[in-house]
Design a binder for this molecule. Structure first.
Ligand SMILES: Cc1cc2nc3c(=O)[nH]c(=O)nc-3n(C[C@H](O)[C@H](O)[C@H](O)COP(=O)(O)OP(=O)(O)OC[C@H]3O[C@@H](n4cnc5c(N)ncnc54)[C@H](O)[C@@H]3O)c2cc1C
Length: 494
């Protein structure tokens, strides 16, 4: 197995897109097969080593950044299987954890199939997208990665390799899972004893539901319960046609009326994505897209799947909805073919990229949210963010997955004093969102940056529920310590 110990070779493993500084590691290992990865864990406790898992470094929460632990990098576990059509109109494909999402999507597309999860950044690894239950604009229709995972191969923290398929291990009526493993022996633990928020996206803490599948405990566990070595993923038939529109509105009032109607199902439209760009996001994007109209109240990006036979009716339905909500048709941008669609999706991608580039030239980091509220409260979430930032006089943008009432607020502090104020506002916003029945993270996860706030969401008893499960699977605490669960909770017995 290749390992790197030279500081210049391991520097790249001390960062992701979170701007979290001061990580360090004695070395990075690159397992080339599942046994090598599991072997590292098997010997971890006896060798006194802890490991942090690294994907491709596009995470936003510092999850892959080690603070003194060794790194296991997934780059060489990168084999991808063939697309295998099944009887029920779907197909499956197996991919090791270091396969790039964009490569998996291309392979599926070449065979006429479609892998829906679409985090805006496509250079992430498949294993990370499973570990983080990543999602994207199409999750409005298709759900997050969780909905597309059929089976997993996992290296457990004591060194066992576990192969699980959906339906094989369900929590019993008391919520208990039981496993008989060669190294760890008999493992038995109950699912977390807490409720889940009533949001349509949620990615903060271990999953828990009556009768839940063990697969769902590992999806979204951010590498704290095991290494995702390989996943079997579900593919859908490629839609015959897709079109997209960027619809500008002169007022926020009109924009939110459009969002409500578009997702209600009453308007004869069935979008697969409904995304917001607030007025400030459009102003930010104008540096790369000078043709963005001036003076609008914001824009909504929608994608719609259709067929040759239905395309005209669909377009008419969207045009009618835009007219009903007062969107000036002459300002809207439509993409009716693959090139146009790629261009508009690139426009969507450019916003977080430009923000990150801009920030890399600034002294201060951004303060950003990834929270969601129950769908019916999307406007209230927007107003909570907007009003709080206006009252503070901040430079800020609000954008993202309005269809799922999941918005990214990015506060761009101009100096340290603003940064400190933004951080204290963040805590207030978390309280506001939680009081609306929301979640701390809808897609980016918790990592190291947000673990302290997880206590606000679950209370100490909820965190202890996660520690209970973590310790059942990782009794020697060797894997991804510092991620998700605040480390102080490991010091108290549960
Ligand atoms: C511009 C931009 C846009 C983004 N847009 C979205 C978006 O729309 N939706 C979204 O969900 N995310 C988005 N992200 C976040 C990011 O792309 C995802 O979180 C992605 O899953 C991270 O993948 P990675 O391979 O880069 O992982 P890394 O950043 O390297 O690691 C992320 C976490 O996964 C853990 N991990 C890595 N590999 C494994 C494994 N095999 N088993 C267990 N744990 C593992 C790491 O320890 C770490 O905690 C965006 C990021 C950027 C920079």
């Amino acid at each position: 197995m290749i390992s790197k110990l030279d500081p210049s070779a391991i520097q790249g493993f001390l960062e992701d897109t979170s701007n979290l500084k001061s990580g360090w590691t004695p070395g990075v290992f690159f397992p080339e097969n599942p046994e090598e990865a599991a072997g590292l864990l098997r010997n971890a406790a006896s060798e006194g080593r802890r490991y942090t898992l690294a994907g491709n470094g596009t995470g936003t929460t510092g999850g892959r950044i080690p603070f003194g632990d060794y790194v296991i990098a997934m780059h060489r576990l990168n084999r991808i299987g063939e697309v295998e059509p099944l009887d029920n109109g779907i197909a499956r494909i197996r991919a090791e954890s270091g396969v790039l999402l964009q490569d998996l999507q291309s392979k599926a597309a070449a065979a006429g199939w479609f892998y829906p999860p679409d985090p805006t950044e496509k250079t992430c690894f498949i294993g990370s997208t499973v570990a983080n239950n990543s999602s994207g604009s199409r999750s409005f229709r298709y759900g997050a990665t969780r909905s597309h995972v059929r089976a997993l191969k996992i290296a457990l923290p004591q060194g066992d390799i576990l192969d699980i398929a959906r339906g094989e291990h369900l929590a019993d009526e008391t919520g208990r899972f039981s496993l008989d493993l060669p190294i760890a022996g008999d493992l038995s633990f109950r699912r977390p004893d807490y409720g889940m928020p009533a949001t349509s996206k949620h990615n903060a803490g271990y999953w828990s539901a009556p009768g839940m599948d063990l697969v769902d405990l590992f999806v979204g566990s951010e590498g704290t319960l095991g290494i995702i070595l390989e996943a079997e993923l579900e593919l859908r038939p490629t839609p015959e046609k897709v079109f997209a529109c960027l619809v500008y509105f002169m007022s926020e009032e009109a924009l939110f009326a459009f969002v409500e109607k578009a997702r209600s199902g009453d308007a004869e439209v069935s979008p697969r994505a409904i995304e917001l760009f607030d007025r400030r996001s459009l102003e930010f994007l104008r540096q790369g897209y000078p043709s963005i109209p001036h003076g609008t109240g914001g824009a909504i990006y929608v994608e719609q799947e259709t067929t040759d036979a239905d395309e005209e009716r669909c377009l008419e339905a969207w045009t009618a909805l835009m007219a009903e909500c007062g969107a000036p048709a002459e300002l809207s941008w439509a993409a009716l073919d693959a090139d146009g669609l790629a261009g508009l999706r690139e426009f969507r991608h450019e916003l977080p990229v430009l923000v990150n580039e801009w920030l890399s030239r600034q002294a201060e980091s951004k303060v950003s949210t990834d929270m969601a509220v129950p769908d019916a409260l999307s406007r209230q979430l927007y107003e909570l963010y907007r009003d709080a930032c206006e009252a503070e006089g901040f430079t800020y943008l609000i954008f993202g997955h309005i269809g799922n009432a999941h918005l990214h607020l990015n506060i761009l502090p101009r100096n340290r004093e603003e940064y400190d104020r933004a951080k204290s506002l963040y805590r207030k916003l978390v309280s506001g969102v939680l009081s609306m029945g929301g979640t701390l993270s809808a897609e980016h996860g918790i990592g190291k940056l947000k673990s302290e706030y997880l206590v606000q969401m679950y209370g100490e008893s909820g965190i202890r529920e996660m520690v209970r499960i973590k310790k059942a699977l990782d009794p020697y605490l060797v894997l991804n310590i510092g991620n998700l669960i605040p480390t102080s909770f490991y010091e108290t017995e549960t």
